[in-house]
Write a protein of this length. Structure first.
Length: 94
């Protein structure tokens, strides 16, 4: 399952306020956020900083506004050496 699908954010292109409202309105997705203890994100080099910020905002909106990701333990996996190559290719291809 992709992080976009699990989080209930579709393409994730809307503002974090809109995406938080969307998640809070969807009972199934909101329950997913409320019940998760550990979120494992693989291929972290493909996750943008903006998406990471959105996930943090949703976690805080659904669970606990005072803790990062609402208190969800986040485990990041992947080839961290790819991050700079992904960023460079995005810069030169845009």
């Amino acid at each position: 399952m992709t992080i976009h699908s699990w989080a209930g954010i579709g393409l994730g292109t809307d503002s974090s306020d809109i995406l938080c409202a969307r998640v809070n309105k969807n009972k199934q997705v909101k329950l997913r956020w409320e019940s998760v203890e550990i979120l494992v994100i693989d291929e972290i080099s493909m996750v943008s900083a903006d998406l990471f910020d959105v996930l943090n905002a949703i976690g805080q909106s659904v669970r606990n506004p005072y803790l990062p990701f609402g208190g969800i333990q986040v485990v990041l996996c992947g080839d961290f050496f790819q991050v700079c190559f992904i960023l460079l290719s995005m810069l030169f291809n845009s």
